[in-house]
Design a protein around this ligand. Structure first.
Ligand code: NAP
Length: 268
C-alpha cells in the first residue's frame, strides 16, 4: 500500500449513486475500495451487487457503521444514502476520525452548523457537496452573476420520481447564492393560489418549483425576467456519471481540507 493511496469506504454503496461511486473508486489507480456499507444487501459481495464479478469486498450493514470505520480505518467515507441517514453518518465518520465526503442532500442550515461544530471538536474535516456536477456549479455561478442585473427570478428543478427530498439541495443553494448577490429584492406580487402550492415553495425569498417524473435524472432551470426579456439558464445531468469527476476530485482533495467544506466550488 503506497503512502498516496486513498482508502475509501462507500456508504449507500448499493444505491443508484453508490454503485456508480463503487465502480469509479475501483477504476482509480490511487484509490482502494476499503469497504462498503448499506442498509440492504449486508453480506453480499459488492461486485455482484453492481452486476459485475465478485471482488471480495462485502457489504456491511448500516447499523455497524461505527465499528466498520474503526476496524477499516479508511481515509474517506463517500456517502450517498438518504436525507434521514446522512447527518448521523457524518457524525459517526467524524467521531471515527474518517473524512465524510457527502453527496446526500437534505442538510438544513442547522445541520451544517452542527457539522461545523463537531469538525472543530474532533479537529476533523467534512465535505458536503449538494451537487458534484461541474455544469451545475457553473449554473449557480452564472445565476448569481445574472441576478446582479436581473433580480426577478424563479427556479425550476426537475428530478427522477424516486428522489426523497424536495426541493433539491442544488436549488436551495442556487437560491442562497442569488439572494446574496442580487442588488435588490423585488417585492413579490401576491396572486391568489386557486390550487394550494401552485406558485411553488420559497427559499431565501425565491420561488422554487420541484418537478418529479420517471425518466428524469437531475435538471435545473433558472429563469430571470426583465423588461421585455427573459433569460433562461439550464443544466441537465442526463447520466449519473456526470457526478463522478466531482466525486473523484473531492476524494483527492479531502485530506488537504480542514473543517466543513460545503459545495464543490470550494474545491475548484
Ligand atoms: P438510493 O438509490 O435510494 O440509494 C441510497 C442507498 O443508501 C440505498 O441503497 C439505501 O438502502 C442506503 N441506505 C439507507 N440508509 C442508510 C444508512 N443509514 N447507511 C448506509 N446506507 C443507507 O438513492 P440515490 O439516488 O443513490 O441518491 C442518494 C442521495 O444522493 C440522495 O440524497 C440524492 O439526492 C443524492 N444525490 C446527490 C448528488 C450530488 O451530486 N451531490 C447527485 C445525485 C444524487 P435502502 O434502499 O435499503 O434504504
Amino acid at each position: 500500500m503506497s503512502m498516496n493511496q486513498i482508502d475509501v469506504v462507500v456508504s449507500g454503496a448499493c444505491g443508484r449513486m453508490g454503485q456508480e461511486v463503487v465502480k469509479t473508486v475501483l477504476a482509480q489507480p490511487d484509490m482502494a475500495l476499503a469497504g462498503t456499507i448499506d442498509a440492504s444487501f449486508a453480506g453480499s459481495d459488492i461486485g455482484a451487487v453492481t452486476g459485475n464479478e465478485p471482488i471480495g469486498v462485502q457489504v456491511t450493514d448500516a447499523s455497524k457503521m461505527a465499528q466498520t470505520l474503526v476496524a477499516l480505518k479508511p481515509d474517506v467515507m463517500v456517502d450517498f444514502t438518504t436525507p434521514a441517514a446522512a447527518m448521523s453518518n457524518v457524525l459517526t465518520a467524524l467521531k471515527a476520525g474518517v473524512i465524510p465526503v457527502v453527496g446526500t442532500t437534505g442538510f438544513k442550515d442547522e445541520d451544517l452548523d452542527e457539522v461545523r461544530r463537531v469538525c472543530e471538536e474532533t479537529d476533523g474535516t467534512a465535505l458536503i457537496i449538494p451537487n458534484f456536477a461541474i455544469g451545475a456549479v457553473l449554473l449557480m455561478k452564472f445565476a448569481a452573476e445574472a441576478a446582479r442585473y436581473l433580480p426577478y427570478v424563479e427556479i425550476i428543478e426537475l428530478h427522477h420520481d424516486k428522489k426523497l427530498d424536495a426541493p433539491s439541495g442544488t436549488a436551495i443553494k442556487t437560491a442562497q447564492w442569488i439572494a446574496k448577490s442580487r442588488s435588490e429584492t423585488p417585492v413579490a406580487r401576491d396572486s391568489e393560489e386557486k390550487v394550494a402550492g401552485v406558485r411553488g415553495g420559497e427559499a431565501y425569498g425565491i420561488h422554487i418549483h420541484s418537478v418529479r417524473l420517471p425518466g428524469l435524472v437531475a435538471h435545473q432551470e433558472v429563469l430571470f425576467g426583465g423588461l421585455g426579456q427573459v433569460l433562461t439558464l439550464r443544466h441537465d445531468s442526463i447520466d449519473r456519471q456526470s457526478f463522478m469527476p466531482g466525486v473523484v476530485l473531492a476524494v483527492h482533495k479531502a485530506r488537504e481540507c480542514h473543517g466543513l467544506v460545503y459545495g464543490l466550488e470550494n474545491l475548484l
